[in-house]
Unconditional design. Structure first.
Length: 367
């Protein structure tokens, strides 16, 4: 089997979208809390690669003050944040085990970079909302939970409104490349018939948790078994598709998913160990949205070790037809940290509730 070739394992979902009406997204800006947009007291929850990248970036920027840090790893608890994120000196913030145990800190915004699924992140979100802390999170399923978790998402939205808190899930994918950036480009179109996004990413430098989700080193048989049990795969593409369909008001008859392993044709070294020929070195994941019997949205994600021609290509068929390609080797955790930090002042000043990227001003660099 060559790279990005092979037989797709098809998993289809037949369901209708149950999402809030546009009226539920009316903007009413809340009064700014803290000392202003660029003077905020921050809590960092989760000190994996993305959380550490966020903290390092915040330290470089004037006005953001990290006053609390939390991580579930006992090896990080009780240590100084500066040590954890690689500073050469102490930062003066001790890593705690649970945000609920932190008392007396007047915190404006929490950066939540822990888990990928919506149900897993709910308890932490509830704690932060009850304390009146705005949240921006890299949790993939928090980007647009109104499709798969409609009832829970609406309850979370109501809880956030009751406490005057803004909550946003975002990242590079989902959160930007396959959804928000696509929407921005459609703004120049008079008519659209089809959207296709292709993302080729090199998994060699991916964080360990993501490499595990790609099933690196598994046999093809073990990969198929693990995929059926949800232990391997990529989170968020279905949510991005449902988000696009909702905003563009495209009724979807069906969503189709195809997940196939990419097989190594030669030895590929990892930071620890090696993937042998015939073993899994990544995935190809294709998601399609079908409307009135036609494919109108398609996402093609190819993420494998030592991938070449790394790129993100957005193709919009319409009037006019548009095509844009981004070539960057850092459209992963580095870009995710940048997006989270740049969006945080916008979240802090947004109306209360569980928000999506269309509820906020366009993403842009913040000094």
């Amino acid at each position: 089997m060559t790279r990005c070739e092979g037989r797709f394992v098809l998993a289809e979902c037949h369901c209708e979208s149950t999402v809030p009406s546009p009226e539920q997204y009316l903007h009413t800006r809340k009064e700014p809390r803290g000392q202003g947009v660029h003077s905020m007291r921050v809590m960092q929850i989760g000190l994996g690669p993305i959380g550490c990248a966020v903290s390092r970036l915040l330290i470089q920027k004037p006005g953001w003050h990290i006053v609390a840090a939390v991580d579930a790893d006992p090896a990080k608890q009780g240590r100084d944040l500066g040590e954890i994120i690689g500073l050469e000196q102490r930062f003066g913030v001790t890593v705690a085990s649970d945000p609920a145990t932190l008392q007396g800190s007047d915190i404006d915004v929490a950066f939540l970079t822990t888990v990928s699924t919506f149900p897993e992140v709910l308890p932490t979100l509830s704690t932060l909302i009850h304390r009146g802390i705005d949240v921006i999170s890299s949790t993939e399923e928090l980007f647009y939970p109104y499709y798969r978790y409609a009832e829970q998402a609406l309850a979370l939205d109501e809880l956030a409104k009751q406490h005057g808190v803004s909550v946003l899930g975002t990242g590079i994918n989902p959160g930007f490349i396959m959804d928000t950036l696509v929407l921005v480009l459609t703004g120049a179109c008079q008519h659209i018939t089809r959207i296709a996004v292709t993302r080729v990413a090199n998994a060699s430098g991916a964080r360990p948790s993501l490499q595990r989700k790609l099933g690196l080193g598994l046999t093809q048989a073990n990969f198929v078994e693990s995929a059926a049990q949800g232990r391997v795969g990529v989170v968020g593409l279905i949510d991005s598709l449902a988000f696009l369909a909702h905003v563009l008001q495209w009724h979807m008859d069906d969503f189709k998913e195809r997940l196939v392993p990419v097989i190594a044709d030669r030895p590929v070294r990892l930071a620890q160990g090696q993937v042998e020929p015939g073993q899994v070195c990544g995935v190809r994941y294709v998601v399609k949205g079908i409307s009135h019997g036609k494919e109108v949205i398609s996402f093609d994600l190819r993420m494998y070790l030592e991938a070449e021609s790394v790129r993100d290509t957005i193709y919009i068929e319409g009037t006019p037809t548009l095509e844009m390609t981004i070539k960057s080797t850092n459209m992963g955790d580095v870009a995710a940290a940048g997006l989270l930090v740049n969006m945080s002042p916008l979240v802090h000043q947004a109306r209360p509730g569980l928000l999506t990227m269309v509820d906020l001003p366009l993403p842009h660099w913040q000094r």
